[in-house]
Design a protein around this ligand. Structure first.
Ligand code: 5GP
Length: 349
């Protein structure tokens, strides 16, 4: 695993609150104590983490219960800033050189947090890490939660447009996620198209559960990247048309092995759809999704992919290098990263 930690990596699918580490949880609890704030009961989160670390499989619904708990803990701008700062440091420590974070702006009237102060807390931590000279470039996608209404989605796009213009290029796009059992994703398509018209990139969760009609509309958008894509193939409840559309467009897919196993949308690593898309030569990016609640790291995900599918270190290097083409950044940034990879390669031998 030391090799995969040293390997320079790209992380493109990381939800900030789902990436919260145990250390961050402790730090936030201590902060509450210090400030005499009420402590949320996070016993269920502790138990969940212990089970996942023990290799137990959970459910996708269970994941969403954990997000609710984490949101009770991360309910003020200072907490958002702390979690973001720690998440960036943790990814940097794991050998990630380019990181796209995503998060749902929330307001919590009781603590005075607004969607704007939420976004600014994230941006301030990204800036702080940069000023500290962290060896990692960070970008930010604003999340539209499909569990919330259209008006909220519309507001998120407005905020993304505003911060796209004022964040020094840090806000680059929109993530569409949230509980896939909630609402019909097709109703959000006009809002997503509106975002794209403004030059925002689109990373869209697609086919986390089988639903051919909905997924077809989403892949035809088309997104700039697909999150998960678990049920695209006909043999798992998708369709030929879905696979052909994604294949022809070569829409990169963000693949999160442990996440899908813990959420039980994939029953074992060896049948993970990474294999299908990788073997077709399709653009694939290995990601963590929620390293906190899935008790993983990006280097561990690389290690799992390599050992499950018998991939050589050379192939894993190519996978990481190939991910540069899928980032939401200009050619100059991509070239800079490719040069960095070339330098790191000589050190890896
Ligand atoms: P946050 O946006 O609060 O930083 O991160 C947690 C949120 O990300 C969750 O409430 C959920 O909306 C979204 N999320 C995290 N992981 C997943 C996932 O695996 N699938 C989907 N659909 N949404 C997720």
């Amino acid at each position: 695993e030391a090799f995969y930690k040293r390997l320079p990596k790209i992380e493109l699918h990381a939800h900030i609150n789902g990436s919260i580490s145990t250390e961050s949880i402790e730090e936030l609890l201590a902060k509450n104590q210090e400030k005499g704030r009420p402590q949320p009961d996070i016993e269920a989160l502790r138990q969940w983490k212990a089970k996942v670390e023990n290799g137990e499989q959970m459910t996708l619904d269970g994941c969403f219960d954990m997000f609710k708990l984490i949101h009770q803990l991360v309910d003020n701008s200072e907490a958002v800033a702390i979690v973001t700062r720690n998440v960036i440091r943790e990814f940097a420590e794991d050998g990630v050189k380019f990181l796209e974070l995503r998060s749902t702006p929330r307001d919590v009237p009781e603590t005075g947090m607004t969607k704007r102060s939420y976004i600014e807390a994230v941006l301030s931590s990204i800036k702080q890490c940069k000023e500290e000279g962290s060896d990692i470039t960070v970008r930010f996608l604003l999340t539209i939660d499909r569990g919330r209404d259209l008006q909220t989605a519309h507001e998120t796009v407005q905020l993304a447009r505003e911060y796209q213009a004022t964040s020094d290029g840090v806000v680059v796009g929109i993530d569409f996620s949230g509980d896939p059992n909630k609402n019909d994703a097709r109703q959000y398509i006009p809002v997503l198209q509106e975002a794209r018209k403004s030059g925002l990139k689109l990373a869209i969760h697609v086919a986390e559960i089988p639903n051919v009609a909905e997924n077809l509309s989403l892949v035809q958008l088309p997104p700039d990247r697909i999150g998960h894509g678990t049920f695209l193939q006909p043999e798992v409840g998708g369709s030929e048309e879905l696979v052909e559309t994604v294949g022809k467009l070569r829409t990169p897919i963000e693949l999160c092995l442990t996440s899908n196993l813990v959420g039980q949308t994939v029953k074992s690593f060896d049948i993970h759809h990474f294999k299908y898309w990788y073997e077709r030569g399709h653009p694939c990016v290995i990601c963590t999704d929620d390293k906190g609640i899935f008790a993983t790291s990006l280097s561990q995900e690389y290690q799992i992919a390599a050992s499950t599918f018998n991939l050589t270190r050379e192939q894993m290097w190519e996978l990481s290098f190939g991910s540069i083409a899928c980032i939401f950044a200009d050619d100059e940034t991509k070239d800079r990263l490719r040069n960095l990879w070339a330098q790191e390669r000589s050190k890896l031998q």
